[in-house]
Design a protein. Sequence first.
Lengths: 264, 715
Amino acid sequence: MKYKISIFFIIGLTLYLTDIGSNSYDKKEIYISDQEIISLVNAWKSQVGRNPNDDEIARIINNLVEEEILYREALKLGLDKEDRIIKRRLAQKISFLKQESNPSPPSNEDLINYYNENHDKYFIDSSYTFSHYFFSSENNSKKRSSKAYKDLLNNISINSDPFFLGKSFVDINQRKIKSEFGRDFALNFKDVELDKWIGPIESPFGHHIIYVTNYIEGYIPDISNVLKQVEVDFLQSQRDVAIENYLNQIRSEYKIYINPNLQI
Amino acid sequence: MKLLQNIILIIIGIYVLTLGLVYVDVYDSRPIISLFKNMQSDSSLEVVDFSVDKKDSSKTKPKPNKNRNPYYGDLHVHTKYSFDAYVFGVTASPDDAYRYAKGEGVNHPLGYEMKLREPLDFYSVTDHGFYMGMIQAYADTSTDISQNNFAEPFHNLNRLDNLTVESAGERSNIFSSVLGATIIKPYPDWHPKLLKAYFTRNTQGALRSFDYDIHKSAWADVARSANEHNDPGHFTTFIGYEYTTSTDIEGGNLHRNVIFNSSKASIRPWTRIDSINPEDLWTWQDKLREKGVDTISIPHNSNGSNGQMFEMETFKGNALNTEYAKKRMRNEPIVEITQVKGTSDTHPLLSPDDEWADFEIMDVRVGSRPPTYSKPSGSYVREAYLNGLTLEFTRQGNPYKFGLIGSTDTHVVAASLDESNYWSKIGLLDGDPENRGSVPLKEENVERLEEYMQAFNQPISTVSLEQGEYANTGFTQWGASGLAAVWAEENTRESIFNAFRRKETFATTGTRIAVRFFGGYDLSSIDLNSESIVSEAYQKGVTMGSDLLNDENKNPEFLVWAQRDKNGAPLQRIQIIKGWIDANSGRPKEKVFDVACSDGLQPDSFTNRCPDNGARVNINDCSITSNVGSSELKTIWKDPEFVPSDKTFYYVRVLENPTCRWSTWDAIKAGYKPREGLHETIQERAWSSPIWYIPEQSDIEVIPLGGTIQLRNID
């Protein structure tokens, strides 16, 4: 009795294995589901604003069939095998899936480590308090400013122009100086001497003679002051790390050969 | 058993009765039912403090400047939380947006890096309030809501392998299905969710495709991100969102950005699902203000409103009155005059005598499919100012007395401000020159575009020109613009928000021109070469955004001072645009005066124009004539045609020397000539908010036609 049942079981298994073994695409049978047709017809309708007529439906279905046939023939010919675009898409697909995994909340230790490794990110720029004489490029600034500099040193009163953004700047940081006066101008603040007339310095607006009275050196703040930001940055970095780790883990399983003699 | 049966019957009875009453209330407005209103709570008026505990008090904050500094920012930025941005392939978050504004690079959906030449001073993420966060939830197949049929087209839409130009057709299709409201189906009438929506005044809760928790959490994330990135003294953020409404039938764009003044905001954005009538938005803002939360709403793309943004009647078609004017001005002190989708200063048909009127005109309605002409009248700022004066003339109040800002409306989190490095704004749909229509299409792309344009309901997908087939996507009318600029004491939320309220603002087309503008009766006593120009001008006059009251019929004087963008082209000229109502004829008039010219030139006293300064652009490589143009221009100007009894406004337009337009840059980089029919160059510019001259109250009585309607008097 038991033996007979086993026979049916084995026959069933054989049938099943032959079925999944044979590529169903080889069967040259194409099934188009109702749903597929309906969704195409709906898309057609939403574009054109009316239902497709019989001819148009036939064309929609025909296109679908032709696409499927060409797809299968392409697979048969192995066209998917060496296509860089298809490879890249599949690669991107898996990295997207890996990126989705949610990182766990960070421990204090995580945050401290992250902060120690990345503390440059939290650097607070040097800031300066200064005042300046401005000579507009609209009015012969080069010549006037060099003369003014000499006059200043000799305590002769000078004739300068008003600067659009004002005369005095209090606790303005390096970055802001750069954005308001330009990069070249800002470079002059590096190791600047205090309480001394310096210039003339050129900017996109003319020439300046500056007098710096105070300077706060840039520094890296204590972690307690930037904890929240560290946490935000850490979580962001974890998401990037997830895909990198995955890659590194898999990469070791591959041997990579690249032609060292390739000329580009 | 019988008891149980009775209880069930009673419950069902009460339920049906409630449904019935709600039905009558919704479809009827008999006063007896309004008793019911007292039982409703208003979910949109619940205030939440989204502030994050962040200590960085150790940082030095620059001292406030009583003469005020110019700060530049963008108040119109979309991220993945916007239903359309997500469909356009954007996966970048509000955090990414703020990082970009602070100077970091972020990636475009097509993979290239976007980075600012200079960081901005302030930024506000303003995702579409309507369906905020929902599309992303549809796409994420792990959410419950994504399991519904309507969510299927969105599944994994922005997986990396689908971030391609080829997916544009599918994307525009999905975009239209959201806009076409096919996914907005309510629950059946008997459904308890419907009752809940009614009792909490939260209409969206009645929609099958809506999940309130997801929506709230997206909004909370927008607010959290803003608060986290706010850095008083250095970088300011605002909690904000876009109220995306339009008129019903013809699709006149009435979009507005709502900006909050503090870390507090409503628990959810108030959206077009609550009402498509902007006047209801203002009512909500008024109520919120009573609860201590101040907001402003900023209209944009009036150019694509088909004349609806600055209409001469209310949303429902009633006459405007002083109450309307006050309510609008209380809530909408400023307007976005320029952005990627064109500039709304004026139109050549409205200002035929303004040689600079044909500037970045986008002449179709926003989002129209197929593209449909937008009527210029009612769509442009200058005409609105004039109409405002007319409304004042007829004692209906002036609802169009707003200040000006620019912004970008980027949908890829990154403001596109630079003509030479342009990515437009809607991600995969316009992120490359071929789709934008600035270079000819490669053969294989012609067919793809056909499919894509079908989705836009645009049968003509390409146009055949000398150099080949070009995309007919309409993006050629878009451009790299603009910036919001304010004069504020310091870079903090409070100080900048107050500047919005004062209208001490100006707009630029992306360049960082800065402009001061004062009006008064004794400004000519100020020495333009003294250090105290600005403090004296504040003392002796009023600045942009203010009223200048008649002073014994004296002729007003205006002080203008503009500084170039150090990375842009030098300045060419400063103009003052004057608009007035001729008291004799009762007609609106406008005139453009050049008031300061570069290179020491003087405006001609007859034509009011500067002579040509000789600045040219080499179209082959985009180089510009060197050594012409000015780094700054300043002058004191007196209106030569001033009439003391005319209601008048004055605003400043500053023009740079011409430079290449983005479409020319695109073409040159790809080795083509600029596409025919497009402007090859542009003149980047800035506009100040106006100063309104207020004449003595006239004693002319206004008698409406028919004489039967009693207009309210101005108090």
